[in-house]
Design a protein around this ligand. Structure first.
Ligand SMILES: NC(=O)c1ccc[n+]([C@@H]2O[C@H](COP(=O)([O-])OP(=O)(O)OC[C@H]3O[C@@H](n4cnc5c(N)ncnc54)[C@H](OP(=O)(O)O)[C@@H]3O)[C@@H](O)[C@H]2O)c1
Length: 273
């Protein structure tokens, strides 16, 4: 599914080296191209080399240098080596965007333990490992940004996406701890929270229930989400929602979690006979 471009802002990242995971499609691809258009040198990774090559062409068409690595981030033992390779090939990393992620649409009662463990590997353990691989460099440089991509699944309803939402909740608290521990160090940590976005995320896939029906008009465009992601780097905010609508939902949940969850439970409960 090609991602339309054309709304990308073009300022501010000349000479910066950016590594984006999960950049073969969707939000990651749009983010890589947005950084390329803004003057950055971009490193992209995911499993599908052919799709990465297409994104690399889009980056090069914007005048950017682009490196790609076909890697499977579920191979956790290989991530430290990959981090070293990316640091060497890019000549350093100024921005790490931990974006790669997989869904898990399945009720908890029908899950196998491996369903939970597989989604935790990609969505939580892999960004943790890559962060730990790159962090010593950034700390020594007293400079850098780490952006961890979470999900509105944490801030709206975890209904039928429990393992997925839990993996992102873990990532959120890891990111919060990092943000606090690195305060004043020159290394800035950002939590970026998209809601429903037009991408391959919600397509049918093995091990998942069918995608939830969604009004296409309600989905955010990957380019807009990418621009919001780049925008958060210029702020001192810990958490940035991709859209104001998402932030409003999260604010409602935080204001009264019991009322919020009770309303959802009433909505999802089977109707009485
Ligand atoms: N779309 C939404 O509605 C939505 C909402 C909230 C949050 N998010 C989050 O946004 C991020 C990007 O999702 P998206 O919407 O852009 O979906 P997407 O189009 O499916 O992109 C997911 C990316 O992750 C990569 N990936 C998955 N498993 C991988 C693995 N084992 N190793 C390396 N890369 C892997 C995929 O590449 P390969 O398949 O080529 O490996 C792809 O590039 C995810 O973290 C997701 O949780 C999305």
């Amino acid at each position: 599914m090609p991602v339309g471009r054309g709304h990308v802002k073009t300022d501010g990242w000349h000479g910066q080296r950016v590594l984006v995971t999960g950049a073969s499609s969707g939000i990651g691809a749009a983010t890589a191209v947005a950084f390329a258009a803004a003057g950055a040198t971009v490193g992209i990774c995911a499993r599908r080399a052919d799709r990465l090559a297409g994104v690399r062409e889009e980056c090069r068409a914007r005048g950017a240098e682009c490196h790609l690595w076909a890697v499977d981030l579920s191979r956790l033992d290989e991530i430290a080596d990959f981090g070293r390779t990316a640091l060497a090939d890019l000549g350093g990393i100024d921005v790490l965007v931990n974006n790669a992620g997989v869904p898990k649409r399945r009720t908890i009662a029908t899950m196998a333990p491996s369903d939970v463990e597989d989604v935790m590997a990609i969505n939580y353990f892999s960004p943790v490992r890559l962060t730990l691989a790159v962090l010593p460099y950034m700390v020594a440089e007293k400079h850098g940004h780490i952006v961890n991509v979470s999900s509105m699944g944490v801030h709206s309803a975890a209904y039928r996406v429990g393992a997925y939402a839990a993996s992102k909740a873990a990532l959120e608290l890891f990111t919060e701890a990092l943000h606090l521990e690195l305060a004043g160090s020159g290394v800035r940590t950002h939590l970026f929270i998209p809601g429903s976005t037009r991408s391959e995320f919600s397509t049918p896939r093995a091990g998942n229930d069918p995608p939830f029906p969604q009004d296409p008009a309600s989905l955010a465009a990957p380019d807009d989400v990418a621009n919001a992601l780049l925008g958060c780097l210029g702020t001192d905010r810990f958490a940035t929602f991709a859209t104001a609508r998402d932030e409003a939902v999260a604010t409602r949940k935080n204001a009264d979690v019991n009322a919020f969850v009770a309303a959802l439970a009433a909505r999802f409960a089977p109707s009485s006979p």
